[in-house]
Design a protein around this ligand. Structure first.
Ligand SMILES: [Zn+2]
Length: 215
């Protein structure tokens, strides 16, 4: 049984769907965005520190983020297993995570890399549409509205988000590859990395991953 896992994958590979399926299996979902909001709300020392950066529009330094991750992963609910999403993003963060998970005796058991061909990612993301009124998501191939360009739920107009166009997406994907390649190598060297092909569709991929996590 693999308890403590990291989820990685490019935008559009279906990480959000997979995360929801894993939460249903009992994993505690840790995203750094939520973690910041919770720590700030709870008024912990690190939360206050993080807030002082966010308030000024600055990036939160690694040291603070890592402190927050340690604080969060030490909590009781994480004893049954956690799912890290969006962290680590850099090699220094991965190295720090390795140290802190040892310190709290909750080591990473597996890193799941949700893989997908660039061509398919472009097709998926550039076909996305969102309702201007209610925010309901659509896709021009896989989740068509009943009437072209009109929301099934509220009748509002559908539009394409600025950063979902093909050029912007290619920039995001290249950035993702450059950013994560060293991380994937880091976990590969430690024998923790397993890649799954998300081209098979979310149900098939989830079954494979669930089986893998139980082994
Ligand atoms: Zn709508």
């Amino acid at each position: 049984m693999k308890k403590n896992i990291i989820l990685m994958g490019p935008p559009g590979a279906g990480k959000g769907t997979l995360a929801k399926q894993l939460i249903a299996l009992g994993y505690v979902h840790i995203s750094t965005g939520d973690m910041f909001r919770e720590a700030i709300k709870a008024g912990t020392e690190l939360g206050k520190l993080a807030d002082s950066y966010i308030k000024h529009g600055d990036l939160v330094p690694d040291q603070v983020t890592i402190g927050l991750v340690k604080e969060r992963l030490s909590q009781d609910d994480c004893a049954k297993g956690f799912l890290l999403d969006g962290f680590p993003r850099t090699l220094p963060q991965a190295e720090a995570l390795e140290v802190l998970t040892k310190e709290i005796a909750r080591p990473i058991d597996a890193v799941i890399n949700l893989d997908c061909e660039q061509k398919e990612l472009v097709r998926r993301i550039s076909g996305r549409r969102v309702c201007k009124n209610c925010g309901a998501p659509y896709h021009i191939d896989t989740m068509k509205p009943k009437v072209d360009g009109v929301c099934d739920i509220c009748g509002g107009p559908l539009y394409q988000r600025n950063d979902d166009n093909e050029d912007a997406l290619k920039v995001r994907l290249n950035h993702y590859v450059n950013e994560t390649k060293p991380l994937l190598d880091f976990y590969e060297e430690r024998g923790l990395l397993t890649s799954f092909d998300s081209l098979k569709g979310s149900a098939v991929t989830f079954d494979e991953i669930a089986k893998f996590l139980k082994s």
